[in-house]
Design a binder for this molecule. Structure first.
Ligand SMILES: Cc1cc2nc3c(=O)[nH]c(=O)nc-3n(C[C@H](O)[C@H](O)[C@H](O)COP(=O)(O)O)c2cc1C
Length: 369
């Protein structure tokens, strides 16, 4: 529709989660390691969106910044508090797969008054039990209606129900919640995953569904809101902003990327066994592909179950044939770690469309209007 020579502005309805109003229904996705920290989250919050910190490796990053050792609880507390200083809505993303740090990160964020805790990379079945959430909304991330149903049933037994859910489809950046062979299935398109997930959300109390994965433009947001989503979560577009803590090399790799450069890494792949989307020119991926990567993981944030059922194994420590080291690779991509660690760039499918680095203000303006 034209109005005085300009396209009319379609304004989105706010996103309401646990009674809290988020003026612009855009959630900036948590991006670890060290990409979405307080500068990015607070900038998004100031623009009326929901800014999300990533808890991955946060103890290391905050310790380095403060030149004083802090633990996971203290790091989450400090980063959420900093992000909240300039107002707006702020939360944290805590991955279930980071078993060792999970509960402390949740407690730190709750004590700092995070508006939301978003949790995926595994089913956050015990999240409501860790500490009474008070005003903080608890939001699982799922990639299927089945996963959401399992979480709802489990949480009901704990007398809690999700305050919202993030439904992440196969076009997202980072780890994907699909097996390699399922990524391209028609039935796994975000458009097709949304209706059954909406049905489960309706059945268990009609909480908001936030969709993620491949959402790039104002038109994309409009489309998913029209389909019944209450909000969108976007990662890649926020990575390519001035306020994100990705290294300039990382941001430049996004600007330079072409469609065919963005691939799903499987072998060599992530030590947690889930498909992981990368820019194929990422230095650590190239080394791993050429079987040149020396196993030098000293972190072990990503732990798999051992034969006794304990989370003790990081396959990237054991073998350089089939795995790259996401801990060191992602730390390096945010400018941390020793000079020897090569960066690994993860990104969503639509990263190739990005031609320049915007301020969060300019990006939010583009997305809103
Ligand atoms: C660099 C990067 C790091 C990410 N890290 C995490 C993470 O630590 N935890 C998580 O749950 N999701 C993570 N994601 C997924 C995003 O939060 C978001 O859901 C996803 O990127 C949405 O797809 P889009 O990038 O196409 O917008 C990451 C994505 C990117 C691009």
């Amino acid at each position: 529709m034209e109005f005085f020579g300009q396209e009319s502005i379609v304004s989105f309805s706010p996103l309401i989660i646990k009674g809290k109003k988020i003026d612009v229904p855009i959630v900036q996705g948590g991006m670890g390691v060290g990409i979405s920290l307080s500068p990015l989250a607070s900038a998004v919050a100031r623009e009326g969106g929901l800014g999300i910190i990533s808890s991955a490796g946060l103890d290391r990053l905050v310790s380095k910044r403060n030149e004083k050792r802090v633990n996971c609880y203290e790091a989450a507390y400090e980063e959420v508090s900093l992000a909240k200083e300039s107002g707006g809505r702020v939360g944290i993303n805590v991955m279930v797969a980071l078993v060792r740090d999970y509960e402390d990160s949740v407690r730190g964020a709750l004590d700092a008054g995070a508006d939301v805790i978003i949790s995926g990379a595994g089913l956050p079945l015990g999240l409501p039990l860790i500490h009474p959430p008070g005003e903080t909304a608890l939001i699982p991330i799922v990639s299927s209606a089945r996963a959401l149903e399992i979480i709802c049933k489990k949480w009901e037994r704990l007398h809690y129900r999700p305050d919202a859910v993030v439904l992440e489809g196969p076009l997202a950046g980072g780890h994907l919640g699909f097996k390699a062979g399922e990524i391209g299935l028609e039935s796994n398109k975000l458009e097709n995953l949304l209706p059954p997930v909406k049905d489960i959300a309706m059945k268990h109390g009609d909480f908001p569904v936030i969709v993620a994965g491949g959402i790039y433009s104002h038109a994309d947001i409009e489309k998913f809101l029209a389909m019944g989503a209450s909000g969108v979560q976007m990662g890649t577009r926020f990575l390519a902003t001035e306020e994100s803590s990705a290294s300039s090399e990382y941001k430049q790799a996004v600007v330079n990327s072409k469609e065919e450069d963005i691939i799903v890494a499987d072998d060599p792949g992530s030590p947690c066994g889930m498909p992981f989307r990368v820019i194929r020119q990422s230095p650590m991926f190239v080394s791993a592909l050429n079987r040149l990567r020396a196993p030098k993981c000293d972190k072990g944030y990503v732990l798999l179950k051992d034969s006794q059922g304990g989370f003790t194994r990081c396959p990237a420590k054991e073998n350089n044939e089939n795995y790259f080291c996401i801990c060191n690779g992602l730390l390096s991509s945010a400018g941390y770690g020793s000079q020897k660690e090569e960066p690994l760039f993860t990104i969503g499918t639509n990263a190739y469309k990005i031609n320049n680095i915007l301020s969060v203000h300019a990006l939010m303006d583009e997305l809103k209007n």
